[in-house]
Write a protein that binds this ligand. Structure first.
Ligand code: OOG
Ligand code: NI
Length: 463
């Protein structure tokens, strides 16, 4: 019988999840439709240039989702399910620190890591783990109740996990098992119809709507699914024209005339959805919860550590200026700061070591018998070598904190007298049961491997 490989499972899972989410959250379908229209228009207007950061096939199919779980045990199970799809934990995000929008979670993203795998299907899931041990959010009594509640639930049926482990070991599944695996995996992320314990949910909601969304119910669910768009400013205008109320900003870098870098995102607020509630006296009444929303993103070039440090510094400058000039539009301040401090071309980003590129020998390189120059920049300038930008495959903590706000109504209660528990990438690796990979190291490896290939082709030991 034919085997369905891991990337095919991943692509099929992304499609089915998208179908399910579209049925459950119709506004998501609008977002996908408008994104497709914008992408077609951009492709028409800019031609091949529009595909510089990914083929239109990849971009059209591209989605990321987000889920939230309660315990290391649950996170480890998530890693088994996504591992079956060839997705690995990359990056550590601490959302507890964000100033005005702290939420009691630490996060990673499960995604493919190899360039070919990303090109086949880049599906990724931003995955957050609740931190009940953080005393800034939970006192000892609430922590104990929460941990007891979480220990008693089961997010993933054993059959799903067994199939996941088989898919990982065999790098795929026979068609019939693949079908069952996909069915169970999509089911695990549907919104449950089970009545929500109203008093318990409200208790957690006082701390944070995200804590209630994770620990107030006995299942998990995908809370948004995000298409990728080639012009997010245009998308924002068209969604607003259709009467969909977006959050008031696009998160991340400003719109400007230089290259797109990192990630720009925007979202619409979670919609109230009817949910059955169990009351204190055991009865069931109808209520409503806002837990699922829509988001869209535009992706740019991956920045090196130095590039990222510059990005963070520029954000700080924009914050300062925005505080000094409250009447000015933040987007205008940001654009001015960027135009002043950030190189306006790919060549300059590369020359200053601020962004990642892959390099390859040009098909139409000079054939005049002359010796190629030694410096990489010269090789590129004289047409021996082509540089292609590496697309940013990850997330931004500050934007993520902004996106979490999409389903936070009121701010919760915090005890800032308390010391937060120290959590870092190593701690999260322990919780997830596998190494949380460093995104910079992955981009760097991709760049280095391409340079090594160029060097070999030129008969050199170093490029
Ligand atoms: C995740 C929010 C972060 C993004 O794109 O930055 C995120 C969540 O709300 O669970 O998805
Ligand atoms: Ni997201």
């Amino acid at each position: 019988m034919s085997t369905i490989g891991q990337w095919q499972l991943r692509a099929a899972f992304a499609v089915r999840l998208s179908e399910m989410y579209g049925r459950e959250v119709p506004a998501y379908t609008t977002l996908v439709d408008v994104s497709r229209e914008v992408n077609e228009d951009v492709l028409r207007a800019r031609g091949a240039d529009a595909e510089r950061l990914g083929s239109i096939g990849r971009v059209t199919a591209e989605r990321h989702g987000a889920i939230r779980v309660g315990t290391p045990r649950e996170l480890h199970q998530v890693a088994r399910v996504f591992g079956a799809l060839g997705m690995h934990p990359v990056g550590f995000y601490d959302l507890r620190e964000a100033a005005a929008s702290a939420v009691p979670v630490v996060s990673t993203a499960f995604r493919p890591v190899d360039a070919e795998e990303l090109a086949r299907n880049p599906f990724r899931v931003f995955t957050s783990l609740l931190t009940p041990a953080d005393p800034r959010f939970f006192d000892a009594d609430l922590r104990a109740r929460l941990e007891r509640f979480l220990a008693a639930r089961e997010l993933f049926p054993p059959e799903l996990l067994t199939l996941a482990d088989r898919a990982t070991a065999d790098r795929g599944l026979p068609a019939e098992d693949a079908e069952r695996f996909l069915e169970l995996a999509v089911q695990a992320f549907e919104l449950s119809a089970e009545p929500v314990d109203r008093a318990w949910y409200r208790t957690l909601e006082k701390v944070s709507a995200v804590a209630a969304d994770i620990g107030g119910v006995r299942s998990t669910h995908i809370n948004h699914l995000t298409p990728r768009v080639l012009d997010i400013d245009e998308l924002y205008r068209r969604m607003t024209d259709r009467g969909i109320e977006m959050i008031d900003t696009i998160q991340g870098p400003p719109a400007w005339k230089g290259p797109d870098v990192l990630l720009r995102q925007t979202s619409f607020r979670a919609l109230a959805e009817p949910r059955a509630m169990r009351t204190e006296d055991g009865g069931v009444v109808s209520g409503a919860l806002r837990v699922r929303f829509g988001e869209v993103e535009a992706r740019g070039i991956a920045l090196t550590r130095a590039g990222r440090a510059l990005y963070d510094e520029l954000l700080g400058r924009v914050d300062e200026q925005a505080a000094e000039q409250p009447a000015a539009a933040r987007a205008d301040l940001a654009r001015a700061v960027w135009e002043r401090y950030l190189p306006g071309s790919e060549e300059e980003l590369a020359a200053r070591g601020l962004a990642y590129f892959t390099y390859r020998l040009a098909d139409d390189r000079p054939r005049d018998g002359l010796e190629p120059p030694t410096a990489l920049a010269e090789l590129v300038r004289q047409g021996w070598v082509r540089a292609e930008p590496v697309v940013y495959e990850d997330f931004l903590p500050r934007s993520a904190a902004g996106i979490f706000q999409s389903n936070l109504g009121a701010e919760g209660t915090r005890d800032y007298e308390q010391q937060g528990t120290a959590h870092d990438a190593d701690w999260l690796s322990g919780a997830v049961g596998r190494e949380v990979l460093d995104p910079f190291a992955l981009y760097e490896r991709q760049q280095d491997q391409s340079l090594a290939r160029v060097a070999r082709a030129l008969g050199r030991t170093a490029p």
